[in-house]
Design a protein around this ligand. Structure first.
Ligand SMILES: NC(=O)c1ccc[n+]([C@@H]2O[C@H](COP(=O)([O-])OP(=O)(O)OC[C@H]3O[C@@H](n4cnc5c(N)ncnc54)[C@H](O)[C@@H]3O)[C@@H](O)[C@H]2O)c1
Length: 386
């Protein structure tokens, strides 16, 4: 019997909204509509992207009767109010990270989702790279021995010049943390998921290396800046969010670790890299070269190339393109959305969701608050572990 497609609506029409839309279509959903920052932009986006309709605003979209699943792809400050409205209207919700701009708000949303029995997911999609899943399988199998050390970085360069600006820079829209909440959250989610460890205490140093930026309106990291805005006469905006963060931590299972997050590292585009060092072996994953995993030991080191025939089952299921034909970010998104939509239909893994949820996002929001607190007070800060 053919299933009736899920009815999906997408709030926001920027960079990531288009990725969600594509992934939802690949999962077989019907895209009922889209919203943007104004009704006119919403209509233009609906026409360009071929959705059935444009909603006048995101509030109308998340409460509409003809929608089963809402995807919230708007700037960070609107996540909490839109997700709350959607949950109270009985929708299933996919909400972009950071789920909220404070740990308290993220916790409240996770609790609300649980009380409504809603499927509530957050796209920490790097979990869906087959070789990241393979790293996790190897840790869980015991092949690395006892995990002693977690380390890595997440580096970008799209905010490295004074002319670079974006709504994320403005704490009123992006939230009080920028680099850590925006990308450090991805690293922590991924490394905690791969290692099974939880960061239990941390200390941090944050820095705003550009105290002022050109007051350029809306640009995303997928676009380039207007060159003439960078001249000496261009209006300037004071910056209060961090460009970079160093984090030193201990985990609940007795390992230690370091993380460097930066949005001002020239030449680094989206360098999410981590290593898990066990007593017997290590695994290293590089998101910009996601088709392989470096597995090292004292006597041999090998590059394991993605091939479903040699991967653990949980990694092999994500390896949907023949080896040698590169998979990437959009494939992660498609697999994530497919898992979420399966759960909306009542299917999926036994023993809880296989995808990142509002609970996971509440966890990264708690880490974000802890990083800001540790950097402010120059002390070690405990992070509650689940
Ligand atoms: N999971 C990931 O890998 C990932 C990657 C990129 C961005 N994100 C997240 O996605 C969100 C959007 O980021 P982006 O890069 O697409 O930004 P963007 O600037 O490209 O797009 C945001 C869009 O939202 C529109 N908008 C503003 N207020 C709105 C409202 N009330 N209703 C509807 N539309 C509104 C803006 O006009 C803009 O077009 C952010 O929260 C970001 O952290 C997640």
């Amino acid at each position: 019997m053919t299933e009736v497609p899920l009815r999906v609506a997408i709030a926001g029409a920027g960079m990531i909204a288009r990725v969600h839309l594509d992934a939802a279509r690949r999962a077989g959903a019907r895209i009922t509509g889209i919203s943007a920052s104004t009704p006119e932009r919403g209509r233009a986006a609906a026409a360009e992207l071929g959705t059935e309709r444009a909603f006048a605003d995101s509030e109308e979209l998340v409460t509409s009767d003809d929608v089963d699943v809402v995807h919230i792809c708007t700037p960070n400050d609107s996540h909490r109010p839109l997700a709350e409205l959607a949950l109270r209207a009985g929708k299933h919700v996919v909400c972009e990270k950071p789920l909220a701009t404070s740990a308290g708000d993220a916790r409240a949303l996770a609790d609300l989702a649980a009380s409504h029995g809603a499927v509530a997911a957050v796209p920490f999609v790097y979990r869906y790279h087959p070789m990241a899943a393979e790293a996790r399988a190897r840790v869980r199998s015991g092949a690395l021995g006892k995990v002693r050390l977690l380390h890595g970085h997440y580096l970008q360069d799209w905010l490295s010049e004074q002319a670079d600006n974006n709504w994320r820079v403005d704490a009123a829209v992006g939230g009080p943390s920028r680099a850590f909440a925006d990308i450090g959250s991805h690293w922590c989610d991924l490394v905690e998921w791969v290692s099974g460890h939880r960061i239990a205490e941390l200390t941090a140093l944050t820095d705003t290396v550009l105290a002022e930026r050109s007051a350029v309106a809306a640009r995303t990291f997928s676009a380039t800046c207007e060159a003439d805005e960078s001249g000496p006469a261009a209006p300037r905006q004071a910056v209060r969010t961090e460009d970079l963060a160093h984090v030193l931590f201990r985990t609940d299972l007795g390992a230690s670790g370091t993380l460097l997050v930066s949005q001002v590292s020239p030449g680094r585009k989206n360098r999410l890299w981590f290593e898990v060092d066990g007593a017997d072996a290590s695994v290293t994953f590089d998101q910009e070269n996601p088709e392989s995993l470096l597995v090292g030991s004292r006597r041999t080191s090998e590059t394991v190339v993605r091939d479903a025939a040699v991967l653990a089952p949980e990694a092999a299921r994500l390896s949907v393109v023949p080896p040698g034909h590169p998979m990437g970010y959009r494939d992660c998104f498609a697999a994530f959305v497919a898992d979420v939509h399966t759960a909306v239909r009542g299917g999926g893994a036994d023993g809880g969701p296989s995808f990142p949820t509002f609970e996971d996002a509440a966890r990264t929001a708690a880490l974000t608050d802890a990083v800001l607190a540790a950097a402010r007070t120059r002390t070690w800060t405990e992070v509650p572990t689940p």
